[in-house]
Design a protein around this ligand. Structure first.
Ligand SMILES: O=C[C@H](O)[C@H](O)COP(=O)(O)O
Ligand SMILES: C=C(OP(=O)(O)O)C(=O)O
Length: 417
């Protein structure tokens, strides 16, 4: 199955079909972290344009990823999910993409050779352009402007014009994602039915107007798919079980992830499993745990116990980035390599104690020699040097050497199981 063939067969025309009463049900729920688009006509035009465009990924490829994730849920495979915190239009170059592919490839090799488990590689790529922010505004000196919310919404430059949400950017996200996917298509697949570049794509389904406009009905399964990427996840800030993001995700057939932070409760986790995976389908739901090294050993066990007892065959994945963000001496957001390793270790300890499968890792990383995270030994970054090559549009990423080193540390933890 070539990528192009799959796209033709895997997804039908514009969705929703006119008689689907549930297609837009997310609109009646509270939707956090949506931009205040200042020009409703421009938003309408962008949504109409996206609705008319071809799907970016094929429904059948989303199903294939769900099957691969089902193997992870059964303990037969390991998920490696990683890429930029925030993709940007400017950084869309062949070199950047090659760097990420190379890094993920080296990591997958390290993991698979130590564990003998198949590695399912999913990029934070080809769609990761929107960011939830802690504050809606940013202040520099006397000037306060809207916060940067990702290239899907506004521009990083600190001027009033640049920071004004611009709905035309949504079609640029589509174009940039298509260009990325096109480049991935030029990379050979490991197995004949795999997507090109051996990489499935994923991003946070944050901007519901964008996601909804790219949702398509698939006659083959009579299901609806977010065709913006193979897997989409719901972030820590938007995962209310009765909220718009969960409602949207409950109506698509893609594999779906949900972030679980340190304030998550076992009841919430089970409620999310009931909303998003009522049929208890392995591979459908991934919980991406991002509790911080200090919390994971205490907070995670009751969640795993309750979800397991509730019969939900979820994939458990560790995101050791988002709960370990601190400020560097230079004032940059950073993460310390040993805190990252510590959270992964705690995640493995919890699963070992409960007899469940530590299914994978979710990382912010790049192939470039950036200095955004501190520590490591292969490509070490001193705390004082974090600002030297800090290129992330939002949160700090592991560089190539740190990523590969982390993969070896994770491989040892896996081999020790
Ligand atoms: O990637 C996650 C969030 O978007 C990010 O951590 C928010 O960063 P902020 O706290 O600087 O807004
Ligand atoms: C926003 C993100 O993470 P979280 O929702 O866990 O904060 C992210 O992964 O980009």
């Amino acid at each position: 199955m070539s990528f192009v063939t799959a796209a033709v067969h895997g997804a039908a025309g514009a969705c929703p079909p006119p008689d689907d009463p549930k297609a837009e049900s997310w609109r009646s729920r509270p939707a956090a972290h949506q931009p205040d688009w200042p020009d409703p006509a421009a938003l309408r035009a962008a949504v109409d344009a996206l609705t008319a465009r071809p799907p970016l990924v094929a429904a059948r490829e989303c199903d294939l990823l769900r099957e691969r994730l089902a193997a992870v849920a059964r303990g037969e495979a390991f998920l490696l999910q990683g890429g930029d915190c925030a993709e940007t239009f400017d950084a869309l170059t062949a070199d950047q993409l090659d760097g990420k592919l190379h890094t993920l490839g080296r990591m997958a090799t390290a993991l698979t050779s130590a564990t003998r488990l198949r590695v399912v590689t999913v990029g934070r790529i080809a769609g990761q352009y929107a960011k939830p922010r802690s504050s809606p505004t940013e202040t520099r000196g006397a000037l306060t402007l809207p916060a940067y919310r990702g290239d899907a919404v506004n521009d990083r430059r600190f001027t009033a014009e640049a920071r004004t949400p611009d709905a035309q950017r949504l079609t640029r996200v589509y174009d940039a994602s298509a260009a990325t996917l096109n480049y991935l298509r030029t990379r050979p697949a490991a197995r004949p039915d795999d997507p090109p570049g051996q990489l499935f794509t994923s991003h946070e389904a944050l901007l519901l107007e964008y996601e909804s406009a790219l949702t398509r009905f698939d006659a083959r399964t009579a299901g609806r798919y977010a065709t913006s990427g193979h897997m989409v996840w719901i972030g820590e800030r938007t995962r209310r079980p009765d909220g718009a993001h969960v409602e949207f995700a409950s109506r698509i057939r893609n594999p779906v992830g949900v972030k679980l932070g340190p304030r998550s409760t076992a009841d919430e986790a089970l409620a999310l499993a009931d909303r998003l995976d009522p049929r208890r389908e392995p591979g459908r739901l991934t919980f991406i745990v991002r509790m911080g090294a200090a919390a994971v050993r205490d907070v995670l066990p009751p969640l795993v116990e309750k979800v397991t007892a509730g019969g939900a065959p979820v994939v458990w994945v560790c995101d050791p980035m988002h709960g370990n963000t601190v400020q560097s001496p230079s004032g940059h957001k950073t993460r310390h390599f040993e805190a990252i390793v510590d959270e992964v270790s705690g995640f493995f300890e919890v699963h070992r104690a409960l007899g469940t499968h530590p299914g994978g890792v979710h990382l912010e990383l790049t192939g470039a020699p950036v200095t955004e995270c501190a520590g490591g030994t292969l490509a070490p970054v001193a705390a004082a040097d974090v600002g030297l090559r800090y290129e992330s549009a939002c949160d700090p990423r592991l560089n190539h050497g740190q990523s590969v080193e982390l993969a070896h540390r994770v491989a040892h933890l896996m081999a020790d199981r």
